[in-house]
Design a protein around this ligand. Structure first.
Ligand code: GLN
Ligand code: ZN
Length: 766
């Protein structure tokens, strides 16, 4: 019999209950026990959902109050002393590592948080010390949660992050020199103890995640698999059967570690992203080993194509037999929203194309039943599914012949500015008449409570579109006045009308739909609600011209238009799975190209196209795939911006400055000015601009906008001095790291006063 399984379930609950509980606990509005009770309620509710759907292998320990990697850090006592020394309650110590702790005389920042593979989920980075030791917590969380489920009548398959990934995803603490993977010998006994404990508690199988297998691995990391899994393999009868799970990529390039994992009970692979790896993976399996086929997408919201998924699973069955095949989600469902049932406003036609976590739970069971008992036993499901697939493929919402026609007419020329940078710059200089060390900001100004109140009133219909528009104009006028007082050089309108830099554009483009409850955890209690691209994208009308034009009309200095770039619009949405992402990016680029040209025609001669998500879209492995991505990503940016006259200045913004790996792509964007995050990074990163003889202009952020702290003029001056060691004075812009929407006005004004002051000091010198 083919069993169905899920690798992990979203934690937040149907109404972001976990977010609310955590935030209430942090604000001291509920007690620790109330928080823990809410966690338990959510876990049981989520197990029941999966049980009711008929899922055979239901995960436990996939739940986390903040982050599952952080759970492991605490469970293995890999807690840096700066957290452990305060003897906080374990849950407070846990949150201190996740989000910092500033209370009762304790002031400790959080551990570093970084993106989980190429998703928008962030995990807390294990941070190790020289001489690091490990010790299993007294009541290990996976055992407690397994027992909790058992008491509720559900036998689960616990999920544990594997030892190699746990170490490889970590780092040495500041000032420490160890290589995390060298800690393997010390860590393995703790895993053994944990796994034995799980077996004692009654767990038959455990899902052990080793997602780093999809990366290009250093030889040392690869070599760690053998000792790790020899120790934890089925030869130790005190350890449960292990299913080693990989996701978000293929593992073919790491097959040399297979002998080490062949003795494990089973292997899970992602067949949504990489169906082509199936045959070669089967060839690598041990003679008894089970294959878990990830055929239900854990990263996107589309209904599974049953016919297609069943074919894949059948291929595996033909080679392995029914008892050696599992049907599974491709990854944890952490990355998809909770349930489609919450969506009351989606058009029925479109709703029928989606499956969120609750619906995906049913999908794995239907596929498993179809291949176990025959398609006839689930005929209704299969027929409804096929009908839905056909409806989606032929819907006028997905297909817009006008968009396709326009894509066919795209020429190479449309990706190129008329002239190279020096010619353009000469004209821009004359046209914009900017001083040396020009100052600007990245786009947004503080999104005050008043702005949110008015936006809510407008959404609810309590104020008219006219009233709202007047309110926005007043905000823009105030922003302009403030920038005049600050004496900045290139102004922005401040983005008061934008709820979110992607959603705002999505709402104005055809081809998008929006949800009301489809939240996905981004980090800790923070959730995002990505819009969904369902069809060919086009721009029915200008999206930002009115506000920018108004801003320009009330200001004496150049006004910078502000757009979100095609890759960021794509990456921060749920994309289509029926056409290649490069096609979607090109459609977005064409829509933005029209917007850019409309802005120019409206008298906006500085236009910034933000691409903070360009980097996270980078394929996980170096090589052809990465180069292909960069090629179409760069092309889409160029297509959106290259239509303007030489005298119009194109800016772009990135929230990071680690360009070393792919600098050629950043240069190939051909933006006249780049603003980049730099205040947390070492100015040495700017070296790459020197070594590549980069001639265009750059504004490395001079202060960090993530904190309310006001940088002094001297501090900013020192930053600029440091930058001038790498960049030519004519090349340098002076700006903050990123947009100011999360800041308050008081610190914003103070910081920008010092920023302008520092720029003027340099102007006087040169
Ligand atoms: N223009 C946007 C802003 O200022 C850029 C945000 C970002 O880079 N994430 O808010
Ligand atoms: Zn930014």
């Amino acid at each position: 019999m083919v069993q169905s399984s899920i690798l992990g379930f979203p934690r937040m609950g149907v109404n972001r209950d976990l977010k609310k509980a955590c935030e209430s606990y942090w604000a001291a509005k509920i007690s620790r026990d109330e928080l823990l009770a809410e966690g338990k309620r959510l876990r049981i509710e989520h197990w029941k959902i999966q049980q009711d759907a008929g899922v055979d292998l239901i995960p436990s320990n996939d739940f986390a109050y903040y982050d599952h990697v952080l759970d492991h850090i605490q469970m293995f006592n890999a807690i840096p002393e700066r957290y452990s020394k305060h003897s906080l309650d374990p849950i407070d110590e846990y949150f201190a590592m996740g989000r910092g702790h500033q209370k009762d005389g304790i002031d400790v920042p959080s551990l570093e948080m970084v993106k989980w593979f190429d998703s928008n989920y962030h995990y807390v980075k294990p941070t190790f010390q020289d001489g690091q030791t490990f010790k299993l917590a007294a009541d290990p969380k996976p055992i407690c949660e397994f027992q909790e489920a058992k008491e509720a009548g559900i036998v689960t398959r616990p999920v544990v992050l594997g030892p190699v990934s746990f170490l490889a995803l970590g780092k040495a603490d500041r000032g420490q020199s160890l290589d995390p993977i060298s800690l393997l010998d010390k860590l393995l006994p703790v895993y053994e103890e944990l796994l034995e404990g799980l077996k004692n508690a009654g767990a038959e199988t455990v899902q052990i995640d080793e997602p780093v297998l999809v990366f290009d691995l250093q030889p040392k990391v690869k070599a760690a698999f053998k000792p790790a899994y020899e120790k934890l393999s089925g030869t130790n009868s005190k350890i449960p059967k292990l299913v080693l799970a990989t996701y978000f990529g293929d593992i073919v390039h790491n097959f040399d570690v297979m002998p080490a994992v062949q003795s494990l009970y089973g292997l899970h692979v992602d067949l949504v992203r990489h169906p082509e790896q199936l045959d070669s993976v089967i060839g690598q399996l041990g003679s008894q080993q089970v294959l878990s086929c990830g055929v239900v997408d854990g990263r996107n919201i589309w209904k599974t194509n049953f016919k297609h998924a069943i074919e894949i699973v059948e291929t595996a069955i033909q080679k392995l037999g029914k008892d050696r095949v599992l049907v599974a989600t491709s990854s944890s469902l952490l990355h998809v929203p909770h349930t489609l049932d919450s969506e009351k406003k989606l058009p029925e036609e479109v709703k029928d194309w989606f499956a969120f976590a609750v619906q995906k739970a049913t999908e794995v069971t239907v596929i498993a039943k179809a291949v176990t008992e025959g398609p006839a036993t689930v005929r209704d499901h299969l027929e409804a599914n096929a009908k839905s697939m056909r409806a989606r493929a032929s819907s006028s919402r997905t297909n817009d012949p006008k968009v396709k026609e326009r894509q066919q007419q795209v020429t190479e020329d449309m990706h190129n500015r008329r002239n190279p940078f020096p010619t353009r710059y000469a004209q821009q200089k004359q046209h914009l008449n900017l001083p040396m060390f020009p100052t600007t900001t990245i786009g947004s100004f503080p999104q005050t409570k008043e702005i949110r109140v008015q936006r809510n009133k407008f959404t609810k219909g309590d104020i008219s579109a006219d009233e709202y528009a007047r309110f926005i104009e007043k905000e823009i006028e105030d922003n302009v006045k403030i920038q005049e007082e600050l004496d900045l050089d290139v102004f922005v309108h401040g983005e008061p009308e934008r709820n979110d830099m992607v959603q705002y554009f999505g709402e104005r483009l055809d081809g998008y739909v929006f949800t009301t409850h489809a939240w996905v955890q981004s980090y800790g209690s923070r959730c995002v609600r990505p819009p969904i691209i369902v069809g060919d994208v086009s721009r029915p009308a200008p999206m930002t011209v009115k506000e920018s034009k108004y801003a320009a009309s009330v200001s004496k200095k150049p006004m910078k238009g502000m757009l979100t770039g095609p890759i960021t619009c794509l990456r921060w949405s749920f994309p289509r799975d029926d056409v290649h992402q490069s096609v979607q990016a090109q459609q977005l680029a064409l829509a933005l190209r029209d917007e850019v040209l409309d802005l120019e025609a409206a008298g906006i001669y500085v236009i910034q196209v933000d691409e903070p998500a360009l980097r996270e879209g980078l394929p996980l492995r170096a090589g052809t795939e990465r180069e292909k991505y960069l090629s179409w990503a760069v092309k889409s940016f160029r297509l959106s911006t290259a239509g303007v006259a030489d005298s119009t200045q194109v800016h772009s913004h990135f929230c990071y400055s680690e360009f070393q790996d792919f600098f050629h792509a950043i240069a190939a964007l051909d933006a006249d000015v780049l603003s980049i995050e730099n205040s947390k990074s070492d100015a040495k990163l700017l070296k790459v601009f020197v070594s590549e003889a980069y001639e265009r202009h750059i504004g490395p952020g001079v202060y960090d906008i993530h904190s309310p702290r006001v940088p002094s003029q001297q501090e900013i001056r020192e930053r600029i001095d440091e930058m001038l060691r790498y960049l030519r004075p004519e090349q340098l812009w002076v700006n903050p790291d990123c947009g100011l929407k999360t800041r308050g006005w008081t610190e914003t004004k103070a910081a920008l006063t010092n920023l302008v002051g520092a720029a003027k000091e340099f102007r006087a010198k040169y």
